[in-house]
Ligand binder design. Sequence first.
Ligand SMILES: C[S@@+](CC[C@H](N)C(=O)[O-])C[C@H]1O[C@@H](n2cnc3c(N)ncnc32)[C@H](O)[C@@H]1O
Length: 231
Amino acid sequence: MSSLLAVLDAIESEPAAVALRGRSYELLGDLSGRTVVDAGCGSGRAVAELAQHGAHAVGVDLDPDMIAVARRRWPAGEFHVGDAAELPLETGSATCYRADKVLHLLDDPARAVDEARRVLAPGGRAVLIGQDWDLIAIDSDQSETTRRLVHAKADSLPSPRVARRYRNLLLDAGFTDPVVEVHTAMFTDDRAIAVLRRITDDESWLAEQAERARRNRIFVAVPIFLVAARR
Ligand SMILES: C[S@@+](CC[C@H](N)C(=O)[O-])C[C@H]1O[C@@H](n2cnc3c(N)ncnc32)[C@H](O)[C@@H]1O
């Protein structure tokens, strides 16, 4: 958990990440007084931000250690240990749902989307956010190795290409009026290294990237998919 937490902490205050979260809140619509579920909430920043927007935000995460961090950081927030595929909420009790960088970790993302539909009241809105792990552009002198490492990372995940399926998953679950956006996260300095360390621990390949960062020649681009739809 600690290495994931370190990466999340490093990226969540990046202006692009702040803007993306903000966009996800916008797509959820009017938040004031609404119950919003953040499935796979991690250390809870979005829950805290949603509360600042006047929502009754509920964070759910499978990892008890992550929930402990969230509770420590945001003592006023409501957090539960729970599975995105079996949310600890009554049927129809929420108005909004979001899952940010979560569905790729699930063996059966469709179950989580069905569960989102179950907890949402009619007219409620869901937003799914995440990257497609097969679509990461990295400039490297070792293009074959780079392709192999990116694909190996993707293959290690339960659902690496789920982000390109968000729209279809929502439609298949009975959601309507999907809005699809693709935003690109770009890294052109040594902050990219923390991202690349999530892909590989191949130190010789990472050394080339670190050297590129030193020479101002590192370039990593990651398309982030964001799909909103109505229950
Ligand atoms: C990459 S983190 C993203 C955290 C947060 N959404 C964010 O954007 O910073 C993925 C989170 O999903 C959680 N997670 C993984 N599988 C889950 C599941 N089946 N149900 C709920 N949470 C899960 C992990 O514990 C982790 O905190």
